[in-house]
Design a protein around this ligand. Structure first.
Ligand SMILES: Cc1ncc(COP(=O)(O)O)c(C=O)c1O
Length: 353
């Protein structure tokens, strides 16, 4: 179907309803004001609590998994294979979702010698993966992750199982569906609270931001979605985000085309690299904890919050703006990065108390 005008919320909801989906998260997640930071930064700041998506400390990937694991169940798969960094939130949420659905989960976890929580004792997400009974395989940073996942899938096939491998594009496209759902929640909740957002901030370089981008363009909304990239590996990620957005829009038959022009995403807050806390991120983490009692994680959301603070300071986000910050979760990593957080505590404790 071709369409010259914008889509409506109802039409998007109907498209989403036609997709296989399994309920994993208590939705909608809350949209909460952050009054003290709003006053300090002279903006109206709200947080979308996707750290409260339920399963095993929550996070953005629970929304992704509602769609991808529905597909796994539809195909009659009995084991789900995922893989990423050793402190991956995605992998921990996959293990939890599999436990909830009675599926087996195998995780290929990559160790990066530059990243702090390399020690072999389980901690943070790596500990939770094991509590959740995932079949954990460790690989080194030089090994090819996709090949390693395929090798595990082959192993399971040879034992008579039917594996479902989470990888691009299925993983990203279903993530896009999940964040289109999130955008529709934000619109409904902000309308009920009497405002319309000027900006949505999110830590992302793939699926999460693409769902928001697709929704904003489909509905023709005057809201800027600012993605904050957590990783040099995908930097700059504009063309990747446009590609994923096209796949999401095609899967929903929205007849929309995305180019790099549709994407706002910054690489300026990665710091030394993926999985390495940054000084600006740690400062933002402490600021939000101490002013609002809200915990961020050091790898994703703290860096995204540092981006927002910076853009308010420089005027890129003007005073008076209404800003929704999506808290994408990641909290178990707090317990895997003690050295850098303890180091961050020292000077600011002296200044702030
Ligand atoms: C806490 C957290 N925030 C943000 C992201 C980024 O999501 P994506 O780039 O897949 O959209 C991730 C990815 O794993 C994450 O764990």
């Amino acid at each position: 179907m071709t369409k010259t005008s914008y889509w409506t919320v109802e039409e998007l909801k109907n498209r989403l309803q036609s997709l296989p989906r399994v309920s994993l998260a208590p939705l909608p997640t809350p949209l909460e004001p952050l009054p003290r930071l709003s006053e300090e930064w002279q903006i109206r700041l709200f947080v979308k609590r996707d750290d409260l998506t339920g399963l095993a400390f929550g996070g953005n990937k629970v929304r992704h998994l509602e769609f991808s694991l529905a597909q796994a169940l539809k195909e009659g798969c009995d084991v789900v294979i995922n893989g990423a960094a050793i402190q991956s939130n995605y992998c921990r949420q996959t293990a939890a979702a599999c436990a909830r659905l009675g599926l087996r989960c195998a995780l290929v976890l990559r160790q990066d010698p530059r990243v702090e929580p390399l020690k072999t004792e389980p901690q943070g997400n790596f500990l939770l993966d094991q509590i959740l009974n995932a079949d954990v395989r460790l690989i080194s940073i030089d090994q090819d992750l996709e090949e390693a996942k395929e090798a595990v899938a082959q192993e399971y096939r040879s034992m008579g199982h039917k594996p479902f491998v989470l990888r691009h594009p299925i993983s990203n496209v279903t993530g896009g569906f999940g964040y289109l759902v999130c955008l529709l929640e934000i619109l409904e909740q902000s309308a009920q609270m009497g405002f319309f957002p000027d900006y949505i901030f999110v830590s992302s370089c793939t699926a999460t931001q693409s769902g928001l981008i697709v929704g904003v363009k489909a509905l023709g909304l005057p809201v800027k979605v600012i993605g904050v990239n957590p990783s040099h590996r995908m930097a700059p990620c504009h063309s990747h985000l446009a590609q994923v957005s096209n796949l999401v829009a095609d899967a929903l038959q929205l007849n929309l085309t995305f180019t790099e022009e549709d994407v706002i995403n910054t690489d300026d807050f990665i710091g030394d690299g993926y999985g390495i806390p940054s000084p600006a991120g740690n400062r933002a983490l402490l600021e939000v904890a101490r002013k609002e009692g809200l915990l961020l994680d050091p790898i994703y959301t703290a860096k995204a919050m540092a981006a927002l603070f910076h853009m308010v300071l420089t005027g890129e986000v003007p005073k008076g703006s209404r800003v929704v910050f999506i808290h994408t979760g990641g909290l178990p990593a707090l317990f895997a990065y003690q050295p850098s957080l303890i180091a961050a505590l020292a000077p600011s404790a002296a200044l702030d108390r």
